[in-house]
Design a protein around this ligand. Structure first.
Ligand SMILES: Nc1ncnc2c1ncn2[C@@H]1O[C@H](COP(=O)(O)OP(=O)(O)OP(=O)(O)O)[C@@H](O)[C@H]1O
Length: 751
């Protein structure tokens, strides 16, 4: 575990050897990359070599690997000693592997830890054996500065003697602790050296099944979802393309925040979008000219800001929840059946072959069955195409059977004439099918209470009536201004899937859905529709669901209602890596105010820090000078990213006005921002989702009531800091959420 490790000499020698190999590689690559060529293939090879060279120069030489695993194979008793790094390194002359890429199958052993019963997949083969050693290295300037051995439990046993007690407290190995304790620059990093076993299971999960992860705040959900992309592209580049990977995240700010880690992980050209930005591109061309999608912030203002009446909120809640629900998805399906049943009269198809006066018919019932059953799974338009083809074949079959019977041989010209006649007959027949237009159909459905009432299924008639009235009347009002709302986008796309089918070109090879609890089941269903082979990674935390008016209430909704074929694999992550024990204990105390399953309480890793400060101030005006003084002292201590968080966007603007003259470079962030600047920022609570900072101030803690939404919102904010949390409130206004937090958990004082 330290420099006096018995293997130190040996490991340093191994590192020296590896570094000299890398130096030779660097020299060769430098020469090769410099060579000019106008051959396209060679240019591509050179580009790849250039990338490899940059990695070796920037990182490979400094730290070629971070771990070692010794694996004794059951079958052959061979001992593989594998050094694992961020990228694989192969000797150019002998093609020997010097360092194995962390994503390679054998590297999985390193992450699952020491075990007598281990295995990895080598293509189709499963190689079994024993992991004899898992070793981590700390390195600096080509020197080994630390060697950490063993699986967690054994290490603790050796060092302190009481493994279970420590594990319960969230003990982590020294190597991980050393990594976590570095001051954070608030950007996401790669964690390839310290991926934990339960995280590794998610990263390496089956690519062709949806993966759903409930992970507490700071458990690494975003990080591992991105590592999974890197893993997938490394192992399946024949069947997947990184430019067909999509990351859905809650806002544009968050997208730039995560985008920096992607090149580090070797996946550069991944698409990234909010659900709405992506959906809007597909939905806008479907709308009548001049129509627009309303601002997605509207509902947040409606629910978090005080200017709206309870009635307005209630109506919006009914409408928004309904539009995102699986019940509505069912209604969309039923609408198509309704059209088939009520708006198409399946008459018999008949025609006469004039030359012999033979009458051919296909009964209406048979056509109905073909349409609703045999081709029932296809989108409406494709069903029509398939049905037409089918009927044409059937007519041909009947005709040729008849011709054989009456011994008539048709010449080319007669055949052509006959073909034309069939097309005419079919054209006439198909005029009975309504030409469904997605937008028109949707509009009819969502504004006509009688139709919706007929298609909705609910046991509770009174609430059904109420919901239908709210949904239809308020949707009509929105449409009257030639607007749709963001929550219309997913059902519109779903209906398009049912009527026209979604373009294959818009499909993804893999989709990551981050902060999935804030999307509706309908939205996630749509993402499922456009993701090939259901290759999705869906991560989130129900405790952080701040879009309760539309988001998921439980993961069961997805497991039982969306991902059925194939079924999703569900994982939970309870260990939290971001904040100190002191911060997480305090945040958990707030979360306990609402009823949530125990599985979503975070267990912080064993990293201590200062207790959160809960500071009250006297007087009418915010004590700007005192707050500024605190911020400055944190900056002097070396903390680089500080978030001053207010509950609403409006409050952020006010706070920014007060602070900007006193703190250099302070920035105000709003939903419109796309760049995440770091430094000192003022921002509304809901925008902090997914982000992290060294220090977080909640400027108006008193604004959070004890409603479920406010509780979750404050919890989100309280779980953003890596090192320090400061909760501020006027002395005579205390939020019920923090009123009775034990003074053992937070430092209560006046500012
Ligand atoms: N195995 C690990 N080793 C080192 N750091 C880790 C590990 N897992 C997570 N972290 C760190 O924990 C922090 C939180 O990670 P991340 O933002 O991915 O979590 P999250 O679950 O998405 O959080 P939230 O839901 O609160 O937004 C990051 O700084 C990340 O680097």
């Amino acid at each position: 575990m330290s420099i006096r490790h018995p293997d130190y000499e040996h490991e340093q020698k191994r590192l020296d050897e590896t570094r000299s190999i890398i130096k030779r590689e660097v020299d060769t690559l430098r020469k090769e990359v410099k060579e000019f060529t106008d051959d396209y293939v060679k240019q591509v090879v050179n580009y790849k070599k250039g990338k490899e060279l940059r990695y070796l120069e920037d990182q490979g030489l400094e730290k070629p690997y971070f771990g070692r695993v010794d694996f004794l194979k059951d079958e052959t008793y061979e001992l593989d000693r594998v050094y694992i790094g961020k990228r694989g390194i192969v000797r150019n002359d002998t093609f020997d592997s010097v360092v194995v890429d962390w994503r390679a199958p054998i590297a999985g052993l390193y992450y699952s830890g020491e075990s007598k019963d281990a295995f990895f997949r080598n293509g189709r083969e499963i190689v079994r054996g024993e992991v004899r050693l898992k070793r981590n290295f700390a390195m600096q300037d080509g020197k080994i500065t630390g060697i950490y051995d063993g699986a967690l439990k054994e290490t603790i046993q050796r060092e302190v003697g009481h493994p279970d007690e420590f594990l319960e407290e969230g003990y982590i190995d020294e190597f991980l602790a050393a990594n976590l304790n570095q001051t954070n620059d608030s950007r996401l990093k790669d964690i390839v050296a310290t991926i934990q076993s339960e995280q590794n299971d998610i990263i390496r999960a089956d690519k062709d099944r949806p993966v759903v992860v409930q992970g507490v705040a700071g458990s690494g959900k975003t990080t591992i979802a991105l590592h999974r992309l890197s893993y997938l592209i490394y192992n399946y580049q024949d069947s997947m393309m990184s430019k067909k990977f999509m990351v859905f995240a809650p806002n544009r700010l968050f997208l730039t925040y995560i985008s920096e880690v992607l090149p580090e992980l070797g996946v550069e050209d991944v698409q990234q979008s909010t659900f709405l930005d992506w959906a809007a591109k597909l939905v806008k061309p479907m709308l009548p000219k001049g129509w627009r999608i309303l601002d997605p912030q509207k509902p947040l203002q409606l629910f978090f800001e005080e200017t709206y009446s309870d009635k307005e909120r209630q109506v919006a809640l009914h409408r928004l929840r309904f539009k995102g629900s699986l019940a509505f998805r069912e209604v969309l399906h039923r609408y198509l059946s309704y059209v088939a049943q009520n708006r198409i009269s399946f008459k018999k198809l008949g025609f006469v072959y004039k030359r012999t006066q033979q009458v051919f018919t296909i009964p209406g019932e048979e056509i109905r069955q073909l349409f609703t059953e045999l081709y029932g799974q296809l989108p409406y338009r494709r069903r029509l195409e398939a049905l037409r083809k089918h009927l044409k074949q059937e007519i041909n079959k009947q005709l040729f059977a008849h011709l054989r019977e009456v011994k008539i041989d048709l010449d080319k010209q007669s055949l052509h004439k006959f073909e034309t006649m069939i097309e005419q007959v079919l054209d006439h027949y198909f005029s009975i099918f309504p030409e469904l237009q997605v937008w028109e159909a949707y509009r009819e459905l969502i504004t006509d209470p009688d139709l919706l009432g007929e298609l909705i299924q609910s046991n509770d008639d009174t609430s059904k009536e109420l919901i239908i009235q709210d949904v239809c009347a308020s949707s009509k009002d929105i449409f009257a201004n030639e607007r749709i709302e963001p929550e219309d986008a997913a059902p519109l796309l779903y209906l398009r899937h049912l009527i026209e089918g979604l373009e294959q070109a818009d499909h993804f090879d893999h989709s990551v859905v981050d902060e999935a609890q804030d999307l509706s089941a309908m939205e996630i269903s749509v993402i499922g529709l456009v993701t090939n082979r259901q290759s999705l990674t869906v991560v989130g935390d129900i405790a952080q669901g701040i879009h309760a008016y539309r988001g998921l209430q439980t993961w069961e909704e997805l497991m039982e209602g969306v991902f059925l074929q194939p079924r999703a694999v569900y994982y939970t992550l309870a260990q939290s890596y971001r904040s100190t024990i002191e911060i997480m204990k305090c945040a958990n105390e707030v979360l306990r105010k609402i009823e949530l399953p125990e599985t979503i309480m975070a267990k912080p890793v064993l990293r201590h820090g200062a207790k959160p400060d809960c500071l009250s101030w006297e007087g009418k005006d915010l004590p700007v000078q005192k707050i500024v003084k605190r911020i400055k002292s944190y900056l002097q201590e070396g903390f680089q990213s500080i978030a001053i968080v207010t509950k609403t966007a409006e409050a952020s603007k006010q706070a920014y006005k007060k602070l900007r003259g006193h703190i250099e470079d302070v920035k105000l962030l709003s939903i419109k921002d796309t760049q995440f600047p770091g430094g000192v920022v003022v921002m509304p609570s809901y925008l902090t989702k997914g982000l992290q900072f060294d220090v977080v101030f909640t400027l108006d803690t008193e604004a959070y009531t004890d409603s479920e939404w406010d509780t979750k919102l404050l919890y989100v904010v309280m779980t953003r800091p890596v090192h320090r949390l400061v909760l501020l409130h006027p002395v005579d206004q205390v939020s019920p959420l923090i009123r009775d937090i034990d003074s053992a958990l937070c430092e209560q004082d006046s500012l």
